[in-house]
Design a binder for this molecule. Structure first.
Ligand SMILES: [Zn+2]
Length: 80
């Protein structure tokens, strides 16, 4: 998938390509001020706050890219 990250945005956030798998992702800041990548396809134009889908929050709108990235292990390590 080819997304021009310089022009496409969702809810004012730029769409980036995952550095390991290339999927379109949008970065949110969590309540703990950590940056968290979310699959861009799950983010709507009015989604200003992170609403991660999880076992605790099955109705959440956003799916963490950590859950879907085929190279998720690389995200958890520092550096590349
Ligand atoms: Zn990825």
């Amino acid at each position: 998938m080819n997304i021009d990250s310089t022009t496409r945005t969702i809810a004012g956030r730029p769409i980036r390509a995952c550095s390991s798998c290339g999927a379109p992702i949008v970065w949110f800041v969590t309540k703990n001020l950590a940056h968290h990548p979310v699959d861009a396809g799950t983010v709507g134009a009015a989604d200003l706050e992170l609403d991660l889908q999880s076992k605790k929050n099955p109705q959440g709108k956003h799916i963490s890219h950590f859950a879907t990235c085929p190279n998720a292990d690389q995200h958890r390590k520092k550096g590349k």
